[in-house]
Ligand binder design. Structure first.
Ligand code: FRU
Length: 488
């Protein structure tokens, strides 16, 4: 395979081979999440169904566990669960992308796969240039770069990136995350007949628009798509100050719902809602499944801050993608569930029906524990003020009925391991679906009403699961071990 790779891709491949064992020796290597073979992973890119297979690409710095000149790493799957590693799709080897093939998206036209990405260029003095570039492929494995198709228009800084392309009423459109010269984050819209020639239509929303007030100095990774009867815009604005339980992470990701007026280049929408209430979620991307479902992958991480404290550095890799989720618009909000295909990973089911937890005593059950598992908790009857589940020493999920607050507490990554928490308001709790991997947890609340995602670095062999309620609570528990899919 690697004879066909150009120099940079070959170097990345050789680097991954050289560090294979160091990486594989890490007890925190995840079992059923996508990770970089070596180095740093960030955003999911180019998520697409093409010729019978799902493709997910990702921002990849093969040579360091730090940000740098990004490649596009690549995985391919038939079922969204079992993935094969493909050679790097894009390497930063041209004048217009030499400091990084930054995030972007994929579409299919006439049986050909089109990747749109941002070419990032930085000179010695640190000045930045951005180009929206195209690469195409017939087989979904080998890509040919076609160069820039869009230059930064007047009125915008070089923070102009992350093209997401989609089709709407016989035309191609592209949204791009941008910063105006007044340093306000916005999303701009382009259109095209042929995917090669693009017309700038203008900004559709942003900071200080749609009653948002000051809403960030740069908006990254926009994704605009219809869901139910809404046009949903997912975007990652940078520069929001914490507000109550909201915007607690260094950067935020959320969505707006409303209606796009393509004629007048306007998007009217409501409030911004964070997509994930946990610690580690950023820059997600969606695509359409072969059966019409809207699917999403996120980066199970956030910006540089905090990276340095993660122990996987010692094993020459950092970060992972979330599980793929399916989105639904229901009762005026966006629901996110783990894709149903994940059921294929289940094995060794243990079920406890109608368990009644009595006041204050911590309870564990034979077989309902482990290090890598899926746990479903269906609450049948609440007669308690609060209920909690402690996973190992590093994670606690707790709901308090009086406060109407759900919280996820985790042990911090710093040497003192002080606990930190994320919270959200929730009217009632009746269902939890928890995916625990060696060093991550994803909690789906009430069949997708809320999601909490976090990386966690407990004792590598932590096994315990402890339930506690202060009052009487009846629930059914269902636990599965999950198959390991990542031998990479
Ligand atoms: C988001 C982001 C994108 C950019 C990419 C670079 O995490 O900053 O805006 O394209 O990462 O890796």
């Amino acid at each position: 395979m690697h004879q066909e790779l150009n120099n940079l891709k070959r170097k990345a491949h050789e680097h991954a081979e050289a560090y294979k064992h160091v990486v594989a020796d890490d007890p925190y290597r995840l079992h059923y999440h996508l990770m970089p073979p070596v180095g740093l992973l960030n955003d999911p890119n180019g998520f697409i169904y093409f010729k019978g297979k799902y493709h997910i690409f990702y921002q990849w710095n093969p040579f360091e566990t730090a940000h740098g000149a990004k490649f596009w790493g690549h995985y391919i799957s038939e079922d969204l669960v079992h993935w094969d590693k493909a050679p790097a799709a894009l390497a930063p080897d041209q004048w217009y992308d030499k400091n990084g093939c930054y995030s972007g998206s994929a579409v299919v036209s006439d049986g050909e796969l089109y990747l749109f990405y941002t070419g990032n260029v930085k000179d010695e003095a640190g000045n930045r240039e951005s180009y929206q570039c195209l690469a195409t492929s017939h087989d979904g494995i080998h890509f040919e770069k076609k160069g820039p198709v869009i230059h930064v228009p007047p009125g915008y800084t070089a923070h102009f990136r992350d093209p997401k392309v989609f089709r709407h009423e016989n035309k191609w459109y592209m949204v791009i995350g941008a910063q105006t010269e007044a340093e306000e984050g916005v999303v701009v819209l382009y259109s095209s007949e042929d995917l090669l020639n693009w017309s700038f239509l203008g900004p559709i929303t942003g900071s200080r628009q749609n009653q948002l007030g000051d809403f960030g100095y740069m908006w990254e990774c926009p994704d605009l798509f219809p869901l139910g009867d809404k046009d949903v815009l997912i975007v990652s604005p940078q520069g929001l100050a914490p507000q109550g339980f909201k915007y607690q992470n260094v950067f935020q990701t959320g969505y707006f719902a409303g209606e796009v007026d393509y004629q007048n280049v306007r998007y009217q929408h409501g409030d911004f809602t964070e997509l994930d209430k946990g610690f580690d979620f950023y820059a997600p991307q969606t695509t359409l499944a072969s059966d019409g479902r809207r699917l999403l992958f996120g980066w199970m991480g956030n910006s540089e801050e905090g990276d340095a404290r993660q122990p996987t550095h010692e094993h020459e890799w950092i970060h992972a993608l979330t599980l793929p989720r399916e989105l639904e618009w229901k009762d005026g909000r966006l629901y996110q569930k783990p894709v149903r295909e994940l059921k294929h990973l289940r094995k060794d089911n243990i079920e406890r029906k109608d368990v009644t937890f009595e006041s204050a005593n911590p309870v564990s059950f034979d077989g309902i524990n482990g290090n890598v598992f899926e746990l479903e908790v269906s609450i049948i009857d609440w007669n308690a003020r609060s209920f909690s589940i402690k996973i190992g020493k590093a994670v606690k999920i707790r709901y308090d009925t009086m406060e109407g607050i759900l919280s996820l507490e985790r042990e911090g990554f710093t040497p003192d391991k002080e606990m930190e928490s994320r919270k959200c308001y929730l009217e009632n709790l009746h269902h939890l679906q928890i995916y625990k991997d060696t060093s991550s947890v994803e909690v789906f609340v009430n069949h997708g009403e809320e999601v909490f995602t976090a990386r966690i670095f407990d004792e590598p062999d932590a096994q315990s699961l402890v339930f506690q309620s202060d009052g009487q609570l009846t629930a059914s528990l269902n636990k599965w071990n999950l198959e390991r899919i990542t031998e990479f």
